[in-house]
Design a protein around this ligand. Structure first.
Ligand code: PLP
Length: 774
C-alpha cells in the first residue's frame, strides 16, 4: 500500500473544480493543526484547557454571525451542508405534522435545480415522518431562474419551500429579495430554507434581515476542511435536534464539536471580515478572471456554448458545452494536462445529462456534453494566467488528433490508421481508416457521434467509402431518429446520395467477390482491402454483416478476413434477439451457420453493442460461454430446437433501462494480474522486456507529461483501438508481456480484461493508474 505521504498533487496541478470542493487555505490548515496540537481540550470541560477550546468555539460563532449577517437566530456547527439540510427539513416537517390536517393537498416545494441533497431529503423524511405531502419541483426558466408565478400559485399549500442562493453546476443565483416577496406575499408563515453553500464568501448575505428560516453552509466549499459546516436557524423557527446526546451546541446538536474544523472556519472568517486583507477577491476581480477564462475557452473551442447567462451567475463558475465533443473528451484531455474540471455526466454504460441543464431546457447535446469549470474567490491572477496557458496548450493535442478542426500538418496520422471503436452508451460505431489511400468507412453510425466523424473526415481530407448500417437499429426505429447515416452520406460525398445506396447505406457497386464457401457477394474497395456485404437476416429481416479483408484474385478467404461487422447477430455474451418486430428466428439459425462457413472460429467479430467493455469477440470465444451457439456450430441442434430454445432465452432478457435491447449478457471474468502503484517501479525494473501500454486516447497521451514512466517503453494504444491491437498483435499472444495503464485504472482494467479474454497470456494492469503514479 502507498504511504499517505506518497499521495501528492501533481506538480503544477491546475485545480478548477472549486464548486465540488476547494483546497484548504494554508491559514485554515494551520488553524486546524494548531488546535489539534495545542488546543485539544473539549469545549464542554470546565478546566482551563476546556475553556480555551470553548473560546475558539464561541469566537468562531461570533465571526460566523458577522460573515452572514446573523445578529439574531442560532448558528449551529454541523458536519456539513447535508446535515444542515437534514436538520432544516426534519425541523420543518416535524413542525408541520399538525398542519397537514388543515392544509388541503399539502406540498413540499423545491427548486428544480437544487442539489440532490434537498429533494432526496424531502422525499425521505416526508415518507419517514408520514407527512404524505406531494414533493413538487418549482420549474426554472432557460436561465435557471425560479418560476415565481408557479410559487405564487402553490405556496399557500406549501409546508416548506427549499431554494438555493446559487447553483453548484451553473453558478446561477436567484434574486433573494424578489423571491422573498413572492413567497411571503403568498404565504407569510411557510418555512423557507435557502441552501447557501455556493454563496458563502461570494455573495453578501444579510441573513437576519430576511425571513429565511434555515440556511445551511459548508466549510469545504470555502477553503475549509471536509466535515465542518454550519446551520443558521431564524429566531423562533421550529427546530428539532437530529442528534441527541451530551447536549452540546445548547442541546441543538449533540456530539463533541469538531474543534479543528471550527478553528479553520475561524481563520477563514477572519480573512473574510478583514477589509485590509485581499485573500478573497472582489466581485470585479472575479468577473475579470471569468472574462479571461471565457476568452481563452472561446479561442480554444470555436463551437463553445455557455450553459448559463453570465449576467445572473456567480463569476466563479463557467459551465459550457462544445458541439461535437463529449464532456468526457474534454474532461480527459484537461485531466491529462493537469487541469481539473468536472463533467456532469458520462459513465461507461449509460450516457446521462445534467438534471440542472435539463430543467433549464437545454438541448440534449449541451446537457450531456457539459463541463463545469469553477474557481474560488481566493484565486490569484497568476493562477488564472496559468490556467489559461494550460488550456491553450491542451487543446493543441485535440487538434492534432482531429477532435477539433485545425489546419495542422498530419504528423499524428499514424494514430488514425486502422480500426477504431467509438462508443455512445452501450452502442458502438466502428470506424475504419486506410491511411495510405486516405479512405474511411463508418459502420453502424450513431447520431450523437456524427459531428466527431465529420470533423475527422474534414480534418484529414478523407474520402468516405461508405456509411453502413448492419440493420435498422431498434434505437433508430424507436426514437424515429433523424437518419444519421443518410445525413452523414449526404454531407460527405455527393456520390453517396440516397438514390445511390440501399436502405442500409450499401452503395451501387460493380465489384463482386467470392467467399470461401463459393458464394458471390458484392464488395467495395478500401485501400488494398475490400469490404464485402453478406446478408445475414434473422435479428431483423434485413440484417447483414460486412466482412473486411484482403481479397486475392477475387476471393476473400477465411484467413484473409480482418474483421466482421456483424451488427447484433453475434453479441458479446449472446446471440441477437429474435423476438423483435421483423425478427426471423429460423433465418437467424441459417445466418449463424453461414457466418461460420465463411469465417474462421478466431475471426474478430465487431458487434453493434458493447455492454461489458469487451470490445469484440470471436465465434470460438462465444461458443465457450454460450451453449446454444456451441450446439449450432457443432451441428447438435435442429432449426426447430433452436427456435424453441431461443424464444425461451429471449423471454428472460429483461427490458429494464440498464439491460440490453438487442442481446443477452453473460458475465465474463478472467483474473487479472494487478501491479499496484507502489510496486510499479520495481516491477518495471525487474521486467525490462515488458511493453507498457497507455490505453488513454491519443490527445490525452500527448497532453500528459509523464514522470518516471517516460523512461520506459511506453506506447499509446487507446482503448478505442483495442480490437485493432488484438488483430495486429495476435501473433504475440504467447510471448510478449503487456502492462496496461490509464488515468484511474478503469480503462486499463477493461483493456487488460479484453486482452486476457482474447488469450494474450502475459497481461498486467495498474489499478489506480496515473492518478497514483503521476
Ligand atoms: N448544497 C450544495 C449547493 C452543494 O454544492 C453541496 C455540495 O456539493 C451540498 C449542498 C452538500 O454539501 P456537503 O458536502 O457539505 O454535505
Amino acid at each position: 500500500m502507498l504511504n499517505l505521504t506518497d499521495i501528492q498533487p501533481q506538480a503544477d496541478e491546475i485545480y478548477l473544480d472549486n464548486n465540488a470542493t476547494t483546497p484548504v487555505l494554508p491559514q485554515a490548515a494551520d488553524a486546524a493543526i494548531h488546535t489539534m496540537n495545542l488546543c485539544y481540550g473539549n469545549p464542554s470541560s470546565s478546566h482551563m484547557t476546556g475553556l480555551k477550546a470553548k473560546y475558539i468555539l464561541e469566537s468562531t460563532r461570533t465571526l460566523a454571525r458577522q460573515v452572514i449577517g446573523a445578529n439574531s437566530g442560532e448558528i449551529i456547527f454541523t458536519s456539513g451542508a447535508t446535515e444542515g439540510i437534514q436538520t432544516s427539513i426534519i425541523s420543518a416537517l416535524n413542525a408541520s405534522r399538525n398542519k397537514t390536517s388543515t392544509v388541503a393537498n399539502p406540498v413540499l416545494l423545491y427548486g428544480a435545480t437544487e442539489h440532490k441533497a434537498v429533494p432526496e431529503t424531502l422525499k425521505h423524511w416526508n415518507a419517514m415522518l408520514n407527512i404524505n405531502a406531494e414533493v413538487v419541483a418549482i420549474p426554472v426558466d432557460e436561465r435557471g431562474i425560479l418560476d415565481h408565478e408557479f410559487i405564487t400559485r402553490h405556496a399557500h399549500r406549501a409546508l416548506m419551500i427549499c431554494t438555493m442562493v446559487a447553483n453548484n453546476e451553473t453558478g446561477v443565483f436567484q434574486d433573494l429579495g424578489k423571491l422573498e416577496q413572492v413567497i411571503r406575499d403568498s404565504n407569510p408563515d411557510v418555512l423557507w430554507m435557502v441552501d447557501c453553500v455556493q454563496g458563502l464568501g461570494k455573495i453578501d448575505l444579510d441573513i437576519a434581515n430576511t425571513t429565511i428560516d434555515y440556511a445551511p453552509f459548508s466549510g469545504h466549499k470555502l477553503y475549509g476542511p471536509k466535515g465542518i459546516g454550519m446551520l443558521y436557524v431564524r429566531e423562533n423557527a421550529p427546530y428539532t435536534p437530529i442528534i441527541a446526546g451530551g447536549g452540546q451546541e445548547s442541546g441543538l446538536r449533540s456530539g463533541t464539536e469538531n474543534l479543528p474544523g471550527i478553528a479553520s472556519l475561524n481563520a477563514i472568517f477572519k480573512l473574510l471580515v478583514d477589509d485590509n486583507d485581499d485573500t478573497f477577491k472582489s466581485h470585479e476581480v472575479l468577473c475579470g478572471y471569468r472574462q479571461q477564462l471565457a476568452t481563452t475557452l472561446n479561442k480554444a473551442f470555436p463551437n463553445i456554448v455557455y450553459n448559463h447567462d453570465f449576467s445572473c451567475s456567480l463569476p466563479t463558475t463557467l459551465n459550457f458545452s462544445v458541439k461535437g465533443l463529449a464532456s468526457k473528451d474534454i474532461m480527459d484531455l484537461f485531466d491529462a494536462a493537469r487541469i481539473r474540471v468536472s463533467s456532469g455526466s458520462a459513465c461507461s454504460s449509460k450516457v446521462t445529462g445534467s438534471f440542472v441543464l435539463d430543467a433549464m431546457g437545454k438541448p440534449k447535446w449541451q446537457s450531456e456534453g457539459a463541463i463545469r469549470l469553477s474557481f474560488g474567490p481566493a484565486q490569484t491572477q497568476e493562477e488564472i494566467d496559468r490556467a489559461c496557458g494550460a488550456i491553450e496548450s491542451a487543446v493543441v493535442a485535440m487538434q492534432h488528433h482531429c477532435l477539433l478542426m485545425t489546419d495542422a500538418d498530419g504528423e499524428s496520422d499514424a494514430n488514425v490508421d486502422g480500426l477504431q471503436q467509438w462508443v455512445y452508451g452501450n452502442q458502438v460505431t466502428w470506424c475504419y481508416v486506410d491511411q495510405s489511400s486516405r479512405q474511411i468507412l463508418l459502420i453502424d453510425p450513431i447520431a450523437e457521434l456524427s459531428d466527431r466523424f465529420q470533423t475527422l473526415v474534414n480534418c484529414r481530407n478523407f474520402t468516405v467509402v461508405g456509411v453502413l448500417n448492419t440493420h435498422l437499429h431498434q434505437q433508430q426505429l424507436a426514437e424515429d431518429e433523424n437518419d444519421c447515416s443518410l445525413m452523414l452520406r449526404t454531407v460527405m460525398n455527393d456520390a453517396m446520395q440516397e438514390s445511390n445506396v440501399d436502405a442500409l447505406g450499401w452503395p451501387n457497386t460493380e465489384i463482386s467477390i467470392q467467399l470461401e464457401n463459393g458464394q458471390q457477394v458484392s464488395a467495395v474497395k478500401i485501400g488494398d482491402r475490400v469490404i464485402a456485404k453478406l446478408d445475414l437476416p434473422g435479428h431483423t429481416e434485413n440484417s447483414r454483416a460486412y466482412l473486411l479483408g484482403n481479397a486475392v484474385d477475387g476471393v476473400l478467404r477465411k484467413d484473409a478476413i480482418d474483421y466482421v461487422f456483424a451488427g447484433d447477430l453475434i453479441q458479446i455474451g449472446g446471440i441477437g434477439r429474435s423476438d423483435l418486430h421483423g425478427s426471423l428466428p429460423e433465418t437467424l439459425y441459417d445466418s449463424i451457420r453461414l457466418l461460420a462457413q465463411v469465417t474462421l472460429p478466431d475471426t474478430l467479430l465487431c458487434p453493434a453493442h458493447d455492454y461489458q467493455q469487451l470490445f469484440s469477440t470471436t465465434l470460438s470465444l462465444e461458443a465457450k460461454s454460450n451453449p446454444l451457439l456451441r450446439k449450432i456450430l457443432e451441428n447438435q441442434l435442429s432449426k426447430q430446437e433452436f427456435v424453441f430454445e431461443k424464444a425461451q432465452l429471449d423471454k428472460t432478457i429483461q427490458q429494464s433501462e440498464d439491460e440490453p435491447l438487442c442481446g443477452l449478457i453473460v458475465q465474463q471474468n478472467k483474473a487479472l494480474i494487478d501491479v499496484y502503484p507502489d510496486q510499479l517501479q520495481k516491477f518495471l525494473a525487474d521486467n525490462a522486456d515488458i511493453q507498457v501500454i497507455d490505453v488513454r486516447e491519443p490527445h490525452e497521451f500527448e497532453a500528459h507529461r509523464r514522470e518516471y514512466l517516460d523512461e520506459q517503453k511506453i506506447v499509446n494504444l487507446p482503448l478505442t483501438r483495442i480490437t485493432d491491437f488484438i488483430h495486429r498483435f495476435t501473433g504475440e499472444k504467447a510471448q510478449t508481456k503487456f502492462i496496461c495503464i490509464c488515468r484511474s485504472g478503469s480503462r486499463s482494467g477493461a483493456a487488460a480484461n479484453a486482452l486476457k479474454r482474447m488469450d494474450f497470456e502475459h497481461v498486467y494492469h495498474v489499478p489506480g493508474g496515473f492518478a497514483l503514479v503521476n
